[in-house]
Design a protein around this ligand. Structure first.
Ligand SMILES: [Zn+2]
Length: 330
């Protein structure tokens, strides 16, 4: 395979390997050439990843005699926007952002703050000393993470794009759709004439998308999945990670059912614990008994998001027991 691959006429995928080892995964950047053209998602900001994407875009323009001169991230997660500024500078591309993305991606500090105002579902805010220690630890993890994975803020000029706007390319007209749930600042691109959705992280082929506080929302995610399932004439979802989804309605229906099953499981487990209730930590232990702590802190996100959702819906209540939130069925 070359630097890029034509998925369907006029839609090109640049598959960027973010890192082998600690978190091995690949990013799909979609180039939609046109009069100005558009790159949907910018991937990692690590030098090698940016160079790879730039070479692929240069080759695409040269070989096809076409243009890809704008960049739009699908959402405010580091693996989707970090390459934006470096690519824009290197290739003189215009950056497009939605209003919701702006406060999250403009500096590393605001990105960090946006994900650290963490409403933990496991324990309440701790003493000032412990919070300071935690902030220091998070800061160190963030620095290590930025260096190794290529987290980069979106600096420099940008133009605003809104939900409902349309973007033209050789592959037709794309409508900007809202797609919150996995991340509140998440958009998708929908081509009504071909029935193709560039879905970002909302629907993935082999794994369920990550959910967790503070920027995921279970209700919004369910609504987004239902919106996707009901898109008239949906034929193909091109996701930001993994292979294309050629049975989009079946896959989306599976994911809706999976989330409902997870909701029911958490409610049942809390109910089964009886009057003394069940701590969030015990639930995490139940689902991930042998997982390494760092990996588990990522995996447990959906449990926390689900507990907070059920609390908000009034289906659960909670009390503080020995420094941990303990949940009760109402
Ligand atoms: Zn994401």
């Amino acid at each position: 395979m070359g630097l890029y691959e034509e998925m369907t006429p006029g839609i090109f995928r640049i598959c960027q390997e973010v890192r082998k080892g600690w978190i091995p995964f690949t990013m799909n950047l979609y180039a939609l050439p046109g009069t100005a053209g558009l790159l949907f998602d910018a991937g990692s900001g690590a030098r090698g990843a940016v160079t790879y994407a730039a070479r692929a875009l240069d080759a695409l323009e040269k070989e096809r005699g076409t243009r890809v001169r704008r960049i739009l991230p699908s959402h405010a997660h580091w693996d989707h926007f970090s390459g934006t500024s470096a690519l824009a500078k290197r290739r003189r591309m215009e950056v497009l952002l939605t209003e919701a993305m702006v406060p999250l991606v403009r500096t590393r500090a605001c990105y960090r703050a946006a994900y650290q105002e963490r409403k933990s579902a496991l324990h309440p805010p701790r003493s000032r000393g412990r919070e300071a220690m935690r902030n220091l630890k998070d800061r160190l993890i963030d620095e290590a993470f930025s260096l190794s994975m290529g987290l980069q803020a979106v600096t420099g000029p940008f133009s605003l794009l809104c939900v409902g706007d349309h973007v033209e390319s050789e592959a037709g007209t794309w409508e900007v759709l809202a797609g919150p749930g996995h991340c509140d600042a998440h958009i998708m691109l929908w081509n009504a004439s071909s029935g193709i959705l560039l879905g970002g992280d909302n629907v993935l082929a082999n794994i369920t998308t990550w959910l967790g506080p503070p920027r995921s929302n279970i209700t919004a995610y369910q609504t987004t999945l239902e919106t996707i399932r009901d898109l008239p004439g949906l034929t193909l979802i091109l996701p930001a990670h993994g292979r294309p989804i050629t049975d989009p309605i079946k896959r989306t229906t599976q994911l809706i059912a999976h989330r409902k099953k997870r909701l029911a499981q958490i409610k049942e487990k809390v109910a089964a614990a009886g009057p003394q209730g069940l701590s969030g930590r015990a639930l995490v232990q139940h689902y991930y008994p042998h997982m390494a702590p760092l990996k588990r802190s990522i995996a447990q996100g959906w449990i926390e998001a689900t507990l907070l959702h059920l609390l908000e819906e009034g289906e659960l209540s909670r009390t503080l027991e020995k420094g941990l939130w303990c949940y009760h069925r109402r």
